[in-house]
Design a protein around this ligand. Structure first.
Ligand code: PLP
Length: 426
């Protein structure tokens, strides 16, 4: 459910007509709905109600790290899962307490680990044994203890796109689950480290709860084994990954179904449970608003050329992802068309042979479900502006990330003095 609906034939975000945002901010532009973020945050929390008070929520901010979005989710009681020093800085800037931050990521540098210890980050998810030893040293040298979990790779195929699968043995993430007990034996006694938990995250846009359930069962057996070996286990981080519907009619497991599965599997674990939802919170809370530039005749179908491109929304080019496309003011007619952006790559195609609202040059349209892994992946490829972001709240909105003009980026480049002045031809 989201708050992008038609009123009097025109698509609105909450009480704001999208046409007004296009008029005042320009296109392309991401538009987010505060009410939708809040609702998703609440629905996800409600889905876990059966688990009681030992549930901790850390929004995976890589899905949508805009600082205003983080403020909304902090307000809903969410901590943050961060995967870089830059994301840690954002979470802190948004007012999320360091103790509610989980530091994930397979390539945390020593400097990032040290910054995390200095800030008092609540949980480090270790990706390899050496990282644990280094973190222990860093914390010990400061007279501190870093609380950590060991991220294990349960070797489960998440059944999602290969580029967003993370829980197969050959993926770069986590340590092989069968090696975890020996690593625990070596890491847990280190001064400076409070290694009292296990973490797993097997992938994103998961549509099949049975894969997650299998991963969680393997983690449960590991917890038993670790306790049997004398380790204290107080925390299990179950990661994120719950999928969202991108196509009308897509059936995805609901947070309630997910919560019921988790309650069943984790019964008797006697641990604090950490969750790291990203896409399920942010996905349907945003659209990418765009204007049709041309409708160009094609061999079989016309090409609808829009002013948004793969540099603004990379998912179709990166993962062959589907985003529903809808006119802001549909005229009731439908056409079959290809949808593409202006970037000089055939990969800059959002859809082929899709039935869509009939649109013409100058019409506004949206790509739906663009709130997660949208703006944050944007680039300026083809010397395009960096796409801006708008947050709507009821009948008001604010630009929460400026459009960064191609000229501004050009101004940050330098021609070294040995290349200037340009030699005159001949
Ligand atoms: C990306 C990521 C998440 C969030 O994944 P979603 O599919 O967006 O829920 C959670 N945890 C970790 C470690 C991640 O890398």
């Amino acid at each position: 459910m989201n708050h992008f609906d038609y009123r009097d034939g025109a698509l609105h975000c909450e009480d704001v007509p999208l046409a007004r945002i296009a008029e005042e901010v320009g296109t392309p532009v991401y538009v987010y709905s505060t009410a939708t973020f809040r609702r998703h945050a609440q629905v996800f929390r409600d889905g876990l109600k059966a688990l009681g008070a030992r549930v901790h929520l850390a929004y995976a901010i890589k899905a949508n790290p805009n600082v205003a979005v983080l403020r909304v989710l902090a307000d809903e009681g969410y901590g943050a899962d961060v995967v870089s020093g830059g994301e840690m800085a954002r979470a802190l800037a948004a007012g999320i307490p360091a103790r509610d931050i989980v530091f994930s990521g397979v390539g945390k540098t020593r400097a990032e680990l040290a910054r995390g210890v200095d800030e008092g980050i609540g949980q480090f998810n270790l990706e390899l044994e050496e990282e644990g030893a280094v973190l222990a040293q860093i914390a010990h040298a400061r007279g501190k203890r870093a609380r950590a979990t060991l991220r294990v790779n349960p070797d489960v195929d998440a059944g999602t796109h290969a580029k967003i699968s993370t829980g197969r043995a050959e993926n770069k993430f986590g340590v092989p689950i069968d090696q975890a007990p020996a690593m625990f034996d070596r890491l847990a006694p280190l001064d400076g480290l409070d290694l009292t938990g296990v973490a797993c995250h097997i992938g994103s846009q998961l549509a099949d709860l049975s894969r997650l359930e299998e991963a969680y069962r393997r983690v449960g057996r590991l917890v038993e084994e670790l306790r049997g070996a004398g380790h204290t286990i107080t925390r299990v981080d179950l990661g994120g990954g719950l999928g969202v519907p991108y196509k009308q009619g897509d059936a995805l497991p609901s947070p309630a179904e997910y919560g019921a599965m988790v309650a069943r599997v984790t019964e008797g674990w006697d641990v604090d449970l950490m969750f790291e939802p990203g896409r399920v919170i942010a996905g349907n809370a945003g659209v990418l608003l765009t204007e049709v530039v041309w409708v160009k005749p094609g061999v079989t179908n016309p090409y609808v050329i829009v002013d948004a491109a793969m540099n603004d929304l990379a998912r179709p080019a990166l993962y062959d992802a589907w985003h529903d496309f809808a006119a802001v003011r549909p005229n009731g007619e439908r056409i079959t068309a290809n949808i593409a952006g202006p970037v000089c790559e055939s990969g800059d195609t959002f859809a082929m042979g899709r039935e869509i609202d009939r649109v013409a040059s100058g019409d506004l349209a949206v790509f739906r479900t663009a709130g997660a892994y949208g703006a944050t992946m944007a680039s300026t490829y083809n010397s395009r502006d960096l796409v801006p972001e708008v947050l709507v709240d009821g009948d008001r909105y604010a630009v929460v990330a400026d459009r960064i003009a191609a000229e501004t980026i050009l101004a940050a480049e330098r021609v070294p003095e040995w290349l200037t002045p340009a030699k005159a031809a001949g």
